[in-house]
Design a protein around this ligand. Structure first.
Ligand code: ATP
Length: 609
């Protein structure tokens, strides 16, 4: 493959240095949706937050880790980045400036700062809109998380995610730029998290690009592994890596997102898997997680997922699209062969479940399929690394750091000096050991949000009583704007805002029947389709008092229509190719996992009946 050529054009520097001392050289032709995104991404200043105690702000008391990339990827062709949901999303009127908002937020640097534009995605926790940060001109993504405290488990997941994303600062991990201050410390229900805006995700990129080159594959895998190296050195396991959880830009930059299922591993805490807790997407799930073969999880589970993702890049199709865990294991062993007796013997010491162990040993013997046969057009050195990543036994998989040192990446100047970080402080995740009630999580999330509001944090730390403040927060305005977006998603329907899906959630709630979940999804899709149709027929109607006021004031409509955005040079809209279905079949409803484990037990039992 063209590894040599790539390496020639891929001289890079990625070191700890003072930010001022190095220039960043980046190919200028790249699409870039954030006007100054290249600077942010490639000339990234990240505080070493793990060194600090939770009661200090991330801005205090830290040595700065400055990551400078001097990466000439000009040889890489831009990729197509179709939008995730649909290209005909409703546009938004910019909010009318509210004097009170302005006054309050001027003081705190947030005056009507973000102008919401359009929906760019939605997940089980709410809607994601693109917006312009009027202070910087930068485009951002704002995720509105609805009804955060409806379930303590969901709230804890959100706390975990925003905390981890504050602590993990790396160019290949999506960055939280800000979290809006809620209007009331004790009563808030929704959270607005401001992220750097990305154009698409790897799932869409793989679907839309059938002309990816070996250089693309190499650069994609390189970014994933260096991101993972950093995450793992913080002692964090992502646990749900899949193409949809990797955001992508047309300039081939990837960023890992969705840390809702991630866990921090502390040496003195057991890392046992609780089936009630582990519900990551099946297709990318490591074999040791299919049927409880191993009782502990290790960073190797993420390495397996990266292997699956890499294989999917190479072929354009998921590698192991299992319908249940038994089928999942069958697909794995179809390719990898049944594990060797040594591997099973080694595994035996870890296998707690006798039945599962016997199932593994008694599996019909299958020969390994040579990877060169399965992936005939792939580069042999890529395949050699892929085989390592997809080792059945987690002990045989390389760490992210070891994988970066694989000959596949030979010649990349600083593979071995990709940044690592300190393990995350136990104190930050002390809450994981406690049984939390709603008010505890609310307080913890509020405290976390204050990290983005240093002045308020100071007051909070001084113990000022803020329980009664009710600022005319920017959140109120956002509520109205997001309500508008949601209204358009549900246009013509009686039903209310987006339903929280049960996929990939810690199991604390009673799972609904499968069919119900399926219907929910298609209902959401129907509503999205209805919104598309409506948007195409007529401009959005503004029922909101605030927006009516805009209309009445005769304010000109902003130039933010979907059409104008599609034309915008900053978004490769011409490449938006169609309405994207929201969920693919690999995303299982909660509750399925137990069925799967039961299914496996039954199959095992049948073997030994
Ligand atoms: N920074 C971002 N820039 C652009 N789009 C984003 C960004 N973050 C998330 N999205 C998109 O918004 C959608 C929902 O985001 P996300 O997956 O974070 O939400 P969630 O509620 O946690 O979803 P899930 O149901 O997967 O847990 C996804 O399609 C994602 O690609």
């Amino acid at each position: 493959m063209g590894s040599g050529t790539f390496v020639d054009g891929f001289l890079r520097l990625f070191q700890r240095r003072s930010s001022s001392s190095l220039a960043t050289s980046v190919a200028k032709h790249h699409h870039d949706i954030n006007n100054n995104n290249n600077t942010n991404t490639l000339h990234h200043v990240a505080p070493v937050t793990n060194l600090i105690e939770p009661s200090t702000t991330i801005f205090q008391n830290q040595q700065e880790l400055t990551i400078v990339e001097d990466l000439d990827i000009s040889g890489l062709k831009s990729i197509k980045v179709p939008k995730r949901i649909n290209p005909f999303l409703p546009s938004m009127d910019p909010p009318k400036k509210n004097t009170m908002d302005t006054e309050f937020f001027t003081e705190y640097g947030e005056a009507s700062r973000y102008q919401i534009q359009e929906v760019v995605g939605k997940g089980s926790y709410g809607i994601v809109g693109s917006a312009v940060d009027t202070h910087t001109g930068e485009r951002v993504a704002i995720k509105k998380i609805n009804d955060v405290f409806e379930h303590v488990s969901d709230a804890t997941r959100i706390l975990r995610e925003i905390k981890l994303l504050r602590l993990l600062r790396h160019p290949d991990v999506v960055e939280i730029k800000h979290v809006m201050l809620p209007p009331s410390r004790r009563e808030f229900k929704d959270i607005y998290v401001v992220f750097e805006l990305m154009e698409s995700d790897l799932h869409q990129v793989i679907k839309a690009n059938d002309d990816l080159t070996p250089e693309h594959y190499q650069f994609f895998l390189y970014q994933l592994l260096r991101g993972l190296k950093y995450i793992h050195t913080a002692n964090v396991f992502h646990r749900d890596l899949k193409p949809k959880n990797i955001l992508a830009n047309a300039d081939c930059k990837l960023k890992i997102c969705d840390f809702g299922l991630a866990r921090v591993s502390f040496n003195d805490a057991p890392s046992a898997i609780f089936w009630t807790d582990y519900v990551a997407t099946r297709w990318y799930r490591a074999p040791e997680l299919c049927g409880s073969f191993f009782s502990k999880y290790t960073p190797a589970i993420d390495i397996w997922s990266i292997g699956c993702i890499f294989a999917e890049m190479l072929t354009g199709k998921p590698l192991f699209p299992g319908k249940n865990v038994v089928h999942q294991l069958d697909l794995m062993t179809d390719l990898l062969g049944t594990p060797s007796p040594e591997s099973i013997a080694r595994a035996s010491s870890l296998i707690r479940n006798e039945k599962a162990r016997r199932y593994l040993s008694s599996m019909r013997k299958k020969q390994r399929v040579p990877f060169s046969q399965k992936f005939p057009s792939a580069d042999p050195s890529a395949l050699h690394l892929l085989e390592r990543l997809l080792s059945f036994d987690p002990k045989d998989r390389p760490s992210a750091e070891e994988a970066l040192a694989d000959p596949y990446f030979q010649g990349l100047a600083s593979v071995d000096s990709e940044p690592s970080t300190q393990p995350i402080s136990k104190l930050e995740f002390e809450f994981e050991r406690r049984k939390l009630v709603k008010d505890d999580v609310r307080e913890l999330i509020y405290r976390e949000i204050l990290e983005y509001h240093p002045q308020m944090l100071q007051e909070y730390l001084r113990g000022a009583d803020q329980t009664s403040f009710m600022y005319p927060s920017g959140v109120d305005r956002f509520k109205r704007q997001f309500a508008h977006l949601e209204e358009h998603y549900g246009k013509g329907e009686r039903s209310s805002p987006l339903q929280r899906q049960h996929a990939s959630l810690p199991r604390e709630r009673v799972p609904g029947p499968k069919s119900e979940s399926g219907e929910q999804t298609s209902e959401v899709e129907k509503r999205a389709a209805a919104a598309v149709a409506t948007t195409l027929q007529s401009p959005p109607r503004h029922s909101d008092r605030f927006e009516n006021a805009d209309a009445q004031n005769g304010q000109s409509k902003p130039n933010y229509s979907a059409r104008s955005l599609l034309k915008s040079a900053s978004i490769s809209a011409s490449k938006c190719i169609g309405v994207k279905e929201r969920r693919d079949s690999e995303e299982e409803p909660i509750g399925e996992h137990n069925d799967e484990v039961d299914g496996l037990s039954q199959k095992v039992a049948a073997l030994y009946a």
